[in-house]
Design a protein around this ligand. Structure first.
Ligand SMILES: [Zn+2]
Ligand SMILES: [Zn+2]
Length: 272
């Protein structure tokens, strides 16, 4: 578990079994030039025990043509995972499957819906946040709001959805420290478990800033990952040894009110 010292979050690599939680390949993600197989040695060299492939889904920056029949789209979308899995099995790195689902630049990492499930449920494309969350939850999966406070020119606003997620990604290699700090304060103020991920798109992108989650034991499978994150204990966030003091500054983008309550999202007193 990450160590909290008053208002600070210390991200540390304290546990022996580390896993990448947010990774893109050229098969599923149009913004990734990376052949999936090469990730295996990259993560083995850094002492990782596994990775979860989370390519951009069909509603995001997906590499798969929209013109194809649904089953073929799903098959092609999953190729990055399969290529990584085959190489991982050969070289000794665990490889799991996830997706990164997009609602207009408001993105979610979903773990626990597999290829067969997606093939059988094309209606996943038409779901609201709440319907998707209920669906993932009913399937025993995990839905994580990815980099919720990221600020980029293509993102029009910040859309917090604290009631439709199991956890929040508070540490992302593609974010500024300020965005991660706000995400941390957001997760903390709603009592949501936290995750960390690299959001890696190609080898060489991160220098040494590889993130993830570490555990005391080797995961028995993806369900072990899901259940542990949902419990909010028994894991550490992997990242730079930065001390994060949340809520120092407000984001420059507008922040939507969350649907269910008008709770304060950031700069809440206990975290100042
Ligand atoms: Zn991308
Ligand atoms: Zn991503």
């Amino acid at each position: 578990m990450h160590e909290c010292v008053s208002s600070c979050l210390i991200i540390e690599t304290a546990r022996p079994y580390s896993y990448e939680t947010h990774l893109h390949t050229n098969r599923g993600s149009a913004c990734s030039p990376q052949d999936a197989k090469a990730y295996i040695n990259y993560y083995l060299e850094r002492g990782y025990s596994g990775i979860i492939v989370t390519d951009h889904f069909f509603n995001g920056n997906c590499a798969v043509s929209k013109e194809l029949p649904w089953e073929e789209r799903v098959r092609r979308y999953c190729l990055g995972y399969h290529e990584a899995k085959d190489e991982g099995d050969r070289l000794g790195l665990q490889v799991f499957f996830g997706i990164e689902y997009n609602f207009d630049c408001d993105e979610y990492l979903i773990y626990g819906l597999d290829e067969a499930w997606i093939s059988n449920h094309p209606e996943i494309m038409k779901m609201s946040h709440h319907e998707l969350f209920r669906t993932v939850d009913d399937a025993g999966g995990l839905m994580v709001q990815a980099h919720p406070f990221r600020e980029r020119e293509y993102i029009p606003a910040i859309h917090p959805h604290p009631y439709d997620v199991h956890a929040v990604e508070v540490s992302n290699s593609g974010n500024s420290l300020a965005s991660d700090e706000r995400a941390y304060a957001y997760a903390k103020s709603y009592g949501l478990p936290m995750t960390s991920g690299s959001d890696i798109h190609f080898i060489g992108q991160l220098k040494e800033d590889v993130r993830g989650i570490s555990f005391d034991h080797k995961l028995t499978g993806l369900q072990d990952f899901i259940d542990t994150i949902k419990s909010g204990t028994g894991y550490s966030l992997v990242g730079p040894k930065a001390i994060m003091i949340p809520c120092l500054t407000r984001p420059s983008l507008p922040v939507d009110e969350p649907k269910q309550q008008n709770d304060i999202l950031y700069c809440q007193k206990p975290y100042l």
